[in-house]
Design a protein around this ligand. Structure first.
Ligand SMILES: Cc1cc2nc3c(=O)[nH]c(=O)nc-3n(C[C@H](O)[C@H](O)[C@H](O)COP(=O)(O)OP(=O)(O)OC[C@H]3O[C@@H](n4cnc5c(N)ncnc54)[C@H](O)[C@@H]3O)c2cc1C
Length: 402
């Protein structure tokens, strides 16, 4: 809280987006209060997050990477193929002149790194507590943030509200930001496996008749498994012994990884697409899943959010009023191109994954082969996956600190 009793920024939601936003706002010189509804647990959600090359550059610039690197596995090659068909599309870090295309890190380690760094930078945490609403107080022109906990109800004025309360955000609507919602009628089955032939450094994406199977590198003999399936099928499979799913995965990937055994419990994530129609409202910015919740098939959701937050930090640095109209306009204008391209790319991969009929699958296989033969096309796709498409790149991706 500043000397005038006004919070520079209040972040609603302490997920990956909220904590990273809190950290960069603090580093940009603003006081921050973060409000999180759920008490913190250390159990994590079992996901292996693929962080793009650009995201890791941002985390390096923020000084977060050394602690995460010890838990990370590099992606040196991406191998995309289709069960039962010839034709593969390959990207390699060597061809892109990089040490890795990206890295895979447990989601809970990333959250903990963001949280610790933000706390060390002086974030004030109110938890467990809920932001109920945050109307504009026309007398002072600020947002008044209603926060409710078991013990009390507070009303704090702020110059900027960061709405990071997830895909089902109630605050997004309450500040007047409309959104489009798309139910994919699909769920992701997620676990970690140990493989007898783990093929370190290779991320596999396999189109199967059931859905898209991803096997991501993890340290040692482990792989992070994500299989997106129609909701009914996902529910049926989740009721079966995990070994049976892994046996299907072994066959679906053509035996490349040898035998797989469980290294973590199975989790299920229902998938919805959320697309906010605007990124800002008066003295408010919507970020993370509340702004765009993308299908995980292309592993772009958090990576896009990291680039959003890196740009937001640039727009806010040295600004006395982080919620000023001009600042928020600059932010939303700078992010439009990257957000649209990333959503289009994710939509394309998702639709490719949904092709089921034999002729459509044959066309997909031919498309993979053509893209692989045309190396400029393959490199363009690899650059998108690496998060290197936006121009100009956010300063933190280029290693420029705040
Ligand atoms: C299966 C799966 C795999 C994925 N893999 C990848 C990947 O490999 N790479 C990638 O880049 N992305 C990936 N993603 C996307 C990534 O997980 C999301 O981008 C990220 O989790 C977004 O986090 P968030 O903070 O926006 O939302 P959330 O994690 O939903 O956090 C919202 C928080 O707000 C709190 N909250 C809600 N309401 C209130 C309130 N009123 N007041 C206060 N707090 C509130 C909630 O308790 C919660 O903690 C994947 C997603 C899925 C589902």
């Amino acid at each position: 809280m500043s000397s005038d009793g006004i919070a520079g920024a209040i972040v609603a939601g302490g997920g990956l987006a909220g904590w990273l936003a809190a950290l960069v706002l603090l580093r940009a010189g603003h006081r921050v209060i973060l409000v999180e509804a759920e008490p913190r647990t250390n159990s994590g959600d079992g996901r292996s997050l693929a962080l793009s090359y650009a995201s890791v550059r941002v985390l390096e610039t923020l000084g977060l990477w050394p602690n995460l690197a010890v838990k990370a596995a590099p992606i040196r090659q991406v191998h995309i193929s289709q069960a039962g068909h010839f034709g593969t599309l390959n990207f390699s870090a060597a061809e892109m002149g990089a040490s890795a295309l990206g890295w895979v890190v447990p989601a809970e380690a990333v959250l903990e790194a963001f949280e610790r760094a933000a706390a060390a930078a002086g974030a004030d945490l109110i938890c467990p507590a809920k932001v109920l609403e945050a109307p504009i107080d026309e007398r002072g022109g600020l947002r008044r943030v209603e926060i409710e906990s078991a013990e009390s109800r507070k009303n704090l004025p702020t110059r900027l509200l960061l709405i990071a309360d997830g895909a089902d955000s109630a605050l997004r609507q309450s500040v007047g930001i409309a959104h489009r919602r798309h139910d994919y009628h699909a769920q992701a089955l997620v676990t970690t496996v140990a493989a007898t032939r783990p093929q370190p450094g290779i991320a596999y994406e396999r189109f199967t008749t059931a859905g898209v199977l991803a096997l991501l590198p993890r340290p040692g003999d482990k792989k992070g498994l994500v299989w997106t399936l129609a909701s009914g099928l996902a529910r049926d499979w989740a009721d079966e012994p995990l070994e049976r799913i892994l046996h299907r995965a072994e066959r679906a990937i053509g035996g490349r990884l040898g035998r797989m055994s469980p290294a973590a419990p199975l989790r299920r994530f229902p998938l919805v697409g959320i697309f906010a129609q605007s990124q800002t409202a008066r003295r408010a910015v919507v970020i993370g899943n509340a702004a765009h919740s993308l299908h995980p098939v292309a592993a772009q959701g958090l990576n896009l959010t990291i680039r959003d937050i890196a740009t937001l930090a640039e727009c806010l640095t040295a600004e006395p009023d982080p919620g000023a109209d001009a600042v928020l306009k600059r932010y939303s204008h700078s992010r439009r191109g990257d957000q649209r391209r990333t959503m289009a790319y994710t939509g394309l991969v998702r639709r490719l994954g949904e092709l089921r009929s034999p002729p459509a699958a044959a066309m997909r296989a031919a498309g993979l082969t053509l893209a692989d033969l045309s190396r400029p096309c393959a490199r363009k796709l690899a650059r998108q996956g690496m998060g290197l498409v936006p121009r100009p790149l956010p300063a933190m991706v280029r290693g420029v600190p705040l």
